[in-house]
Design a protein around this ligand. Structure first.
Ligand code: APR
Length: 320
């Protein structure tokens, strides 16, 4: 059986890390695409030269033309501009919307059967625009945010409790940004909800709120430290988990920015919700009951995403 083909649109910090992880996990042959000449070819060659050491068989190549992504099974999009200190994800909107238009056209022409994972920020608006520009079915176009946000939450909690990250689960809803909604009653240590851990004296409600806020600000914390770019290891690992669930039909339950068509009372929008990812893409959106506080936070997050989508429609009226 031929190997799967994974196309990475954007071969910068995240793109390079995606290629490395996809190679190490032998997910398939990997094509790195970028507008910068030589860079995707250079990264592909460097990574290919690591394959004898690590013992993986993945074809790696770089390209500057969309023909190179022809027939891809998975496309992961990081093309665009990342945040610099002081910039919000939303500041990136106008530049990255134009990039999504080009990328969407390239995918439509050369990889219309792919499962497409968007990472470019501002995430929820960009994945919405990418789905429109590409014309691919909505269940095959998804945004990576929730896996990363919940990984950050899990890491901070594991550090706080001095327990393994493996035993901490986290549940994060809503847009990728300052309005994301970490659900503490569905986040657990070995099945025990955080709300119970507060009662058990493992941490105070105030400390939990601090950790929740640190999770919301997780991306900005990294931007502030790196100064020249934004996070790339954890975003890449998160998108690879989603790609693997699709390629291996694992049916993982993962929080993703998915297209809502009535779920959670929303129509034709992308926002972070729990999903099942399998061979048919987003196979199910899990609708959970929200209490009134959670609903208020979720609605605020939805309003913020809708504001960005409206801004996209103003910039590119064809999207309206
Ligand atoms: N087509 C293809 N690639 C493009 C285009 C385009 N129109 N415009 C820019 N790029 C490429 C750049 O040349 C660069 O190599 O996208 C790559 C982006 O890489 P980095 O600048 O290293 O950014 P990265 O850290 O990988 O983040 C990418 O993900 O998390 C988000 O906010 C982040 O939107 C940003 C994206």
């Amino acid at each position: 059986m031929a190997r799967n083909k994974i196309a990475l649109i954007g071969s910068g910090q995240i793109g390079g890390t995606l290629a490395h992880l996809a190679g190490l996990k032998e997910l398939g042959d990997i094509v790195l695409f970028d507008i910068a000449e030589g860079m995707p070819q250079g990264k592909a060659l460097d990574l290919a030269e690591s394959s004898p050491v690590d013992g993986f068989d993945s074809g790696l190549s770089g390209t500057n033309t969309y023909e190179g992504i022809e027939g891809a099974d998975v496309v992961i999009v990081t093309a665009g501009v990342p945040r610099k200190p002081g910039m919000s994800r939303d500041d990136l909107l106008e530049i990255n919307l134009k990039v999504m238009e080009q990328v969407g056209a390239g995918i439509k022409k050369y990889a219309p059967d792919a499962f497409v994972i968007c990472i470019t920020n501002p995430l929820d608006a960009m994945v919405w625009a990418l789905q429109k520009f590409s014309g691919l079915p909505a269940n095959k176009v998804v945004g990576m945010a929730g896996v990363l946000d919940s990984a950050r939450f899990r890491y901070f909690l594991a550090e706080e409790f001095n327990v393994s990250v493996e035993d901490v689960t986290a549940f994060v809803l809503g847009g990728h940004g300052d309005t994301m909604v970490p659900l503490t009653r569905y986040s657990t240590v070995a099945g025990v909800p955080l709300t119970d851990l507060v009662k058990m004296g493992w941490l105070t409600a105030e400390r939990l709120e601090e950790i929740v806020q640190r999770t919301r600000d997780g991306g900005a914390e990294i931007v502030g430290l790196l100064k020249t770019g934004s996070a790339f290891y954890a975003p890449a690992a998160s998108a690879i988990q989603m790609a693997e669930s699709y390629l291996k039909d694992k049916k993982r339950v993962l929080p993703c920015a998915a297209h809502l068509d009535g779920q959670y009372g929303q129509k034709d929008m992308y926002v972070g919700v729990p999903t099942v990812i399998g061979a048919n893409g987003i196979e199910r959106i899990i609708e959970i009951d929200l209490n009134s506080d959670e609903k208020a936070m979720f609605d605020k997050s939805v309003a913020s995403v809708n504001g960005l989508v409206d801004a996209c429609k103003k910039i590119q009226p064809a999207l309206a």
